[in-house]
Design a protein around this ligand. Sequence first.
Ligand SMILES: [Zn+2]
Ligand SMILES: [Zn+2]
Ligand SMILES: [Zn+2]
Ligand SMILES: [Zn+2]
Ligand SMILES: [Zn+2]
Length: 167
Amino acid sequence: MKHNSFDSVLSALLTTVTVLLLYSCGNGSSSTLDNQSGEVEGYKMKECVHCEGKGYVLKNCPECGGRTWYFCTSCNNGRVECFSCKGRGAIECSYCRGRGDVDGAHCNSCDGKGFVRCDRCFGQGSIMCSECGGEMRVECRKCGGNGNLEVTCYKCGGEGKIKTARY
Ligand SMILES: [Zn+2]
Ligand SMILES: [Zn+2]
Ligand SMILES: [Zn+2]
Ligand SMILES: [Zn+2]
Ligand SMILES: [Zn+2]
């Protein structure tokens, strides 16, 4: 009886080892297959060294010249003219319609001046440039501020692999 139970333990162990071996063999052969899949109709596919198999290369952004930003063209020192008051800093008093008096009575709303301070620019006549946020420079849209653009690799045409003749 003792001998038999030892045998069954041994055979169970062997089965486990066999399964493990088969499993690792399966893994090994599948990775070999991957390598072999590069062989197509008498040609060998080789990883493109120009792009390291990525299919694209980085090119200096022509828009910003690799600077990643360019000077804002829509403002003057980060500020633009206030469109509410057209840069005057004041708008016509709506109470007296710019006359300074209402039916001969002194207009208290504008203190008789006929105009009031522009609320949009707080009387400054200019507001912060929304294009650059007052920074005077904007991130390059073309490269997204990377300074580089991904362009298709001309050596492999974006495949990442190059066909080479088998010999
Ligand atoms: Zn390439
Ligand atoms: Zn007024
Ligand atoms: Zn204004
Ligand atoms: Zn700006
Ligand atoms: Zn750019």
